[in-house]
Ligand binder design. Structure first.
Ligand code: GLA
Length: 728
């Protein structure tokens, strides 16, 4: 084979390789996937020389390429890397490489386009976890003499990465209130599988993790390629397969912000920075992808480092009924049960007697709290618990002083407000006065009451989100809104180091790595029904490790599904996350509270493992059963939850392999009974199970992770907790 003179850049981490040929006019992506090892010059040459496919009939007269910046200029008929125009002109960019810098774990490409007059910086950062973050910065250089000063209207920027032909199935997510992170799966067809998010927040139906995989990929097996767009506003996700492929690759995965027309207009000197698009590959199935994301998040300097405090949230306990005596009693019982953080939910601020009024007026309601929050805060802190408070800063009720005094702060068109949503509208955080007011109000509340934690809610979508400019015209405002809320959280946290914030949006409608770069956990769903929660948590965990996902024990009768569920099932479901209680303890019997106390102690005992180990999920053929767990990195300790959500025709589950355990070495197994035992759909056995109810049963890895362990048949809506430790 002839030699090539092109230089290649090779990023490698945790079994992943990303190789780019630094060719002119544009670099092309040679490989993203399995680690290719140390590439010698000869290896790199060989990769380059095999990077062209055939020239097809009735096609481009050159082999098609998948460059780092695909556009029509290189014969690309798929989604382009960027699109826009200058007053209807400059629509055919001719982007070329002007410089490349390779640093450890990072490749920075500098590109320029004389047609659209943009300088582009494309940064690929391969994290030690193997997650590849892609960020694009487009700058309109300051105009020289004679240069066009008309703004460049940017209509789309998409980070694109190629995947091979064998990536033939697509999995992404949808959902609704109380049923977030619901997977949907099918074959990848020709054309564009596009998910557009126009809700001004990721939404309960967020695509969440757009995943392609080899046919039949599962939790434990199969090669998979995934993408997460780390942004809390409108988004565009695409998996695109055209008949001609993508160079020698089969399809592309792409993502970015969905820009409204006219939302980003780059005048000379202006810059647009894209959200981080996180691309992840694994040959170990969905657990392999999840593992990489969990490692990425756990590797952040700001990742929560303290034990995740057992939380009590007052919402389902009292709703808007903020009688101090009732709340003090709740605080006392919470402390007695082992709670470490009490969160006062919605209903504490001026005029907020129900959800029709008050949003925007962030001072304590003197009618309900004549002495302010002090009596409750003192009681909570007196018990050694942290104090948390609910806020929804981005929203406003028309029935509020804020709306009455500052109608111009609303993010809405000049023609008037559209339909309300939960009786509320959106505050334009890009309005400096509104932003200043919110920072001041939040700062005062946090300071005055030594608030340790905010549950930061966002209970409506953004519709007709336009803001009035100085010229009186309405312009799209979602992008500016997202940047402003990020700045607001950053500023508040800057003033209160140690303040933790939860991202809630009617449950899990704002779960993304943009908001999580500045918050400490998410509220995955308003549904505490364990049957629903098993599914919601399992899939929310595809991106987030358990310590970032709020999981609360609700009452026996679910407030959001109406289902009545067993106590131990509720306990074991809430154990696998940042656990808490969402229930009126004053309505529980002493026996029930004693049960909660045992569960609380179990959570505290197991959380070092639950919040640091690897999440594992078994591939089972019976959809009515689930087996998931957390295994310590060195596999010396693990806990598994064996769940039955419904009945099934399979009477026996047979031998089930405990995922994530080596098939060699000695182990012992026991059933943890502190959270109660499941009701069984059988008369007795298996024998190991009966023995493990009384204590440790030695069993080798060859059985546990290899041949598999026969598991008891549970009644529907029941769960069992199994603990495994290595024999030394
Ligand atoms: C949203 C949240 C709930 C609760 C209410 C309060 O619905 O998801 O958990 O905080 O708001 O109004």
């Amino acid at each position: 084979m002839p030699r090539t003179t092109a230089r290649t850049a090779h990023l490698r981490a945790a079994g992943v390789s990303f190789v780019v040929e630094l060719s002119s006019p544009l670099p092309r992506i040679l490989h993203w996937g399995a680690d290719l090892g140390d590439l010698t010059d000869e290896d790199a040459d060989a990769l380059t020389l095999t990077a062209d496919g055939a020239v097809l009939n009735s096609a481009l007269d050159l082999p098609r390429q998948c460059t780092v910046w695909p556009t029509e200029a290189d014969g690309w008929s798929g989604t382009p890397a960027h699109q826009g125009h200058r007053g209807g002109t400059a629509t055919t960019p001719r982007v070329r490489l002007t410089g490349a810098e390779e640093r450890p774990g990072e490749l920075v490409l500098r590109l320029a386009d004389e047609v659209s007059e943009l300088d582009i910086t494309l940064t690929y950062r391969l994290d030690p976890s193997g997650v590849l973050g892609v960020v694009t910065e487009l700058t309109r250089p300051v105009a020289g003499p004679g240069q066009d000063r008309a703004p460049y209207d940017l209509t789309g920027v998409t980070a694109l990465l190629p995947v091979p032909h064998r990536a033939d199935e697509v999995l992404d997510f949808t959902g609704k209130w109380c049923r977030e992170a619901s997977p949907q799966r099918g074959g990848l067809r020709f054309g564009s599988h596009v998910r557009e998010v126009r809700r001004g927040r990721p939404g309960a139906d967020s695509p969440y993790l757009l995943t392609l995989g080899v046919p039949g990929f599962g939790f434990r097996t199969g090669e998979v390629w995934g993408l997460h767009v780390g942004w809390s506003g409108n988004q565009r996700w695409v998996a695109e397969r055209l008949p001609e492929g993508a160079g020698v690759h089969g399809a592309v995965l792409g993502g970015g912000e969905l820009l409204a027309p006219g939302e980003i207009r780059l005048a000379p000197g202006d810059r647009y920075t894209s959200p981080v698009c996180h691309f992840v590959w694994s040959d170990a199935g969905l657990d392999g992808l999840a593992d990489r994301f969990h490692n990425l998040l756990r590797g952040r300097p700001a990742h929560p480092a303290t034990p995740r405090p057992l939380t009590l949230n007052t919402w389902e306990a009292v709703y808007f009924d903020h009688r101090i005596d009732r709340l003090l009693e709740l605080a006392d019982l919470a402390a007695e049960t082992g709670v470490e953080r009490l969160v006062l939910d919605d209903g504490w601020f001026a005029g907020r007697r129900d959800d029709t009024a008050g949003l925007g007026d962030w001072t304590v309601d003197p009618a309900v709290w004549p002495q302010g929050l002090t009596p409750l805060v003192e009681r909570v802190h007196g018990h050694g618990m942290q104090f948390g408070l609910w806020v929804e800063p981005e929203m406003v009720n028309p029935d509020s002083d804020m709306a009455r005094e500052h109608p111009d702060w609303l993010l809405a068109p000049s023609q008037g407000l559209g339909p309300s949503w939960r009786h509320q509208y959106v505050v334009n955080l890009a309005h400096q006065d509104a932003w200043d007011y919110l920072l001041k109000s939040l700062d005062e509340i946090v300071t005055r009451y030594a608030v340790d934690y905010l549950k930061w809610d966002h209970n409506r979508e953004l519709h007709e989100a336009v803001a009035r400019g100085a010229d009186g015209a309405d312009r799209p405002g979602v992008h500016a809104q997202v940047e402003a809320v990020y700045r607001l959280i950053d500023a508040l946290k800057g003033r209160h180091p140690g303040l933790e914030i939860e991202s809630c949006a009617s449950g899990g409608a704002r779960v993304d790595l943009g908001i999580l770069a500045r918050t400490d956990r998410v509220w995955a769903s308003d549904c505490n029904d364990p049957v629903e929660r098993q599914a919601i948590q399992r899939w929310t965990g595809q991106l987030l490790p358990p310590e970032l996902v709020g999981t609360h024990v609700g009452g026996p009768h679910s407030h959001t599904s109406g289902r009545v569920t067993a106590e131990s099932f509720r306990y074991l479901t809430a154990l696998f996350g940042h656990a808490g209680i969402e229930d009126d303890l004053t309505a529980r019997t002493p026996q029930e509270r004693a049960g909660l106390k045992r569960w609380a102690a179990l959570y505290k005992e197991l959380r070092p493992l639950l919040h640091s180990g690897r999440v594992v999920r078994a591939d089972l053929t019976d959809d009515a059963t689930l087996l998931h767990g957390v295994v310590a990195d060195d596999a010396s300790h693990a806990v598994y939850c064996w769940v039955r959500t419904a009945t099934s025709t399979k009477a026996q589950s047979g031998r089930v392999q405990l995922p994530g355990l080596p098939t060699r070495g000695g182990y012992r197994v026991r059933v943890r009974t502190e959270a109660g035992l499941p009701a069984l759909h059988q008369t007795s056995g298996p024998a190991w199970f009966t023995a493990a109810l009384d204590g440790w049963v030695p069993l080798p890895g060859s059985v546990l992770g290899g041949a598999g362990l026969p598991l008891p048949t549970l009644e529907p809506g029941q769960a069992l907790l199994i603990e495994v430790t290595a024999l030394r």
